[in-house]
Design a protein around this ligand. Structure first.
Ligand code: HEC
Length: 170
């Protein structure tokens, strides 16, 4: 999230003061129109097609590979049923989906790549981690789709982890 949208225009038009009521009104109106237009243009430009995990962003095959990988590298700490144990946090249910809600698959990949498996971080290839992520998504009942999660950082940054459907165009 960059949060820059719609910020610049607050306060515009304030410096044109009290020449005459009508003039000010006109200028304000023009300013508001410009602000609307600017906002529309900006959001059109920002509308790189953000997806969410409700859009079917992995395949069943990928999740199957991920399950094997998970069983050998993760289940020792996070348990077969993803419920976690001790310090190893659960990777399923509300505990997981609430923590990750609003973050992206790129964020999750980054965490796994840099800190997991905790006893041997950095030993999984990004592809193997993405397989595991597919399995986590499947286990958490996000729908499968026709395309695998691929190691394309820009695309992964555009996949938001959430149960809510995308706000538009879906
Ligand atoms: C040696 C034990 C161990 C292994 C193996 C392990 N983890 Fe973890 N994992 C942990 C611990 C402990 C934490 C909590 C870390 C913290 O609180 O900073 C954690 C946290 C996580 C989190 C963050 C959960 C959250 O809600 O923020 C994810 C995701 C994760 N592990 C994924 C994996 C994956 C995927 C694998 C297999 C590739 C794996 N872990 C293997 C011990 C392990």
């Amino acid at each position: 999230m960059n949060g820059t949208r719609n910020r610049e225009f607050s306060g515009r038009g304030n410096s044109v003061v009290r020449v005459s009521g009508r003039l000010v009104f006109g200028v304000l109106l023009a300013g508001m129109l410009a602000a609307c237009l600017g906002g529309a243009i900006r959001s059109a430009r920002a509308a790189s097609p953000a997806k969410t995990t409700m859009d079917g962003v992995y395949t069943d095959d990928q999740a199957k590979r991920g399950k094997d990988q998970y069983t050998t590298t993760c289940s020792g700490c996070h348990m077969e049923d993803l419920s976690g144990s001790g310090q190893a946090l659960p990777l399923a249910g509300d505990a997981f989906t609430q923590v990750w809600d609003g973050q992206t698959v790129a964020d999750l990949l980054n965490l796994i790549q840099t800190t997991m498996p905790q006893d041997k971080p950095g030993t999984l290839t990004p592809e193997a981690s993405l397989d595991v992520i597919s399995y986590l998504l499947q286990f958490n009942q996000f729908p499968a789709g026709k395309e695998e999660l691929k190691n394309d950082p820009d695309a992964l940054k555009n996949i938001i982890i959430t149960r809510k459907a995308a706000p538009e165009g879906h």
